[in-house]
Design a protein around this ligand. Structure first.
Ligand code: MG
Length: 386
């Protein structure tokens, strides 16, 4: 039996994680749950999965939950302190990190420091503080099992050869709903259109990131830290069907790919059960009925966020944190319709241009860069676009 602590239980990855747990009750048990604001769903999850502790962001919501769950042996906590206690829950052997955005960084670090292996879905944790997170994992012997489908694919493909023989990693990208749109068309797209991803069902922030290709940019940085590859050896290939989840090219010219139906339960289950594979997690792949898989180069001119991510990782230090935080702010304003779709890359570029990267020595340094970028991005939106 594997005891799981789950950060971000009411989000898209959190809910898929719980449906994997539900399908394999003799293998997994939920010890601790943490959620942001959805106390109604958290209560349902507490009743179903019976964790020992649970946390929710606001103290008021926690108080309400304590009253409603008075009949259950669960301790209900709140705030960042509560998230940290869930992340480091004593009986847990693996912590699923699925809080969206930089908010996941401090609890994820707490899990690592408490000696938990990580099933990592939150890519912003590595984008913002990859160097620090990886160093902490190395020094404590913590393993990271990637939940992001591309990184899970690469993790699987890496079993085919030695690290020294890797020529490059090839991350596939669906291209999002606006692949092939002209600049003019892009300027007019609405949040509702951007939230309709062609292949994957995901949370709001990541769906917008997929439409701008920022998601792929963040994944390049994530792959850099997870697999110790320089950015010039990580390439991105648009593959609209999302059947090949990513590939590794070896020095002899062989390319090893991982294929499957686009369903997050696959990578989640593999991260939780590695090295074993669980029976019937994802729907079977029927290549003959799919017929054709296609590929094309990403269009960096119309989707410059991907290029900015390469710029950020090459600049190093605090720059990726600035990229990620400015993006979070821009996406939030796009969703509330205060800026347009093509303003998202403008805001990120302006924030990066205004930033001189400095080395990250501590998590606090990373959080400081993150906060600076949020204020800078808010200012840019107010001054130039508002
Ligand atoms: Mg992904």
């Amino acid at each position: 039996m594997k005891n799981i602590s789950l950060l971000g239980s009411t989000g898209s990855i959190g809910q898929s994680t719980l449906s994997v747990v539900e399908k394999f009750p003799d293998r997994f048990s939920v010890i601790a749950l943490a959620a942001g604001n959805n106390s109604e769903l958290l209560e349902k999850q507490i009743r179903k999965f019976k964790p020992r502790i649970a946390a929710i962001s606001g103290e008021k919501a926690a108080e309400g939950l304590r009253k409603r769950c008075g009949d259950l042996p669960v301790r209900i906590l709140s705030g960042i302190e509560g998230m940290i206690q869930v992340a480091a829950a004593e009986e847990a052997s693996i912590t699923v990190s699925a809080i969206v955005g930089t908010a996941g960084l401090v609890p994820t670090m707490a899990a690592i420091r408490a000696g938990k292996d990580l099933a990592l879905a939150n890519k912003e944790v590595l984008v913002t503080a990859g160097e620090l997170v990886m160093a902490e994992c190395r020094s404590r012997g913590i393993r990271i099992f990637p939940v992001d489908s591309e990184h899970s694919a690469i993790f699987q493909c890496l079993h085919a050869g030695a690290h020294k023989d890797i020529r490059r990693l090839i991350l596939t990208a669906s291209g999002g709903p606006f692949r092939g749109h002209s600049r003019k068309e892009l300027a007019k797209v609405t949040p509702a259109q951007a939230l309709k991803h062609p292949n994957w069902s995901m949370g709001k922030k990541i769906t917008i990131d997929s439409a701008t290709l920022m998601n792929k940019g963040l994944e390049v940085i994530e792959a850099h830290w997870l697999f110790g590859m320089q950015p010039d050896r990580i390439s991105v290939l648009v593959h609209p069907q999302s059947i090949i989840h990513s590939m590794v090219e070896y020095s002899d010219g062989a390319v090893v790919a991982q294929l499957g139906m686009p369903d997050m339960k696959g990578p989640i289950a593999y991260a939780l059960s590695y090295p074993e594979r669980l029976d019937g997690v994802s729907p079977a792949l029927d290549l003959a009925s799919l017929g054709t898989l296609t590929f094309e180069e990403p269009d960096l001119e119309r989707f410059p966020c991907l290029a900015y991510a390469y710029d950020a990782i090459k600049a190093g230090g605090s720059m990726p944190a600035v990229l990620s935080a400015a993006n979070e702010v821009a996406v939030k304003h796009f969703l509330d319709e205060s800026i347009g779709f093509t303003d998202i890359p403008r805001v990120i570029k302006a924030a990066m241009d205004a930033h001189t990267p400095s080395p990250l020595r501590t998590v606090e340094d990373a959080l400081k860069a993150d906060l600076w970028a949020r204020q800078e991005a808010e200012g840019i939106i107010k001054d130039r676009l508002g």
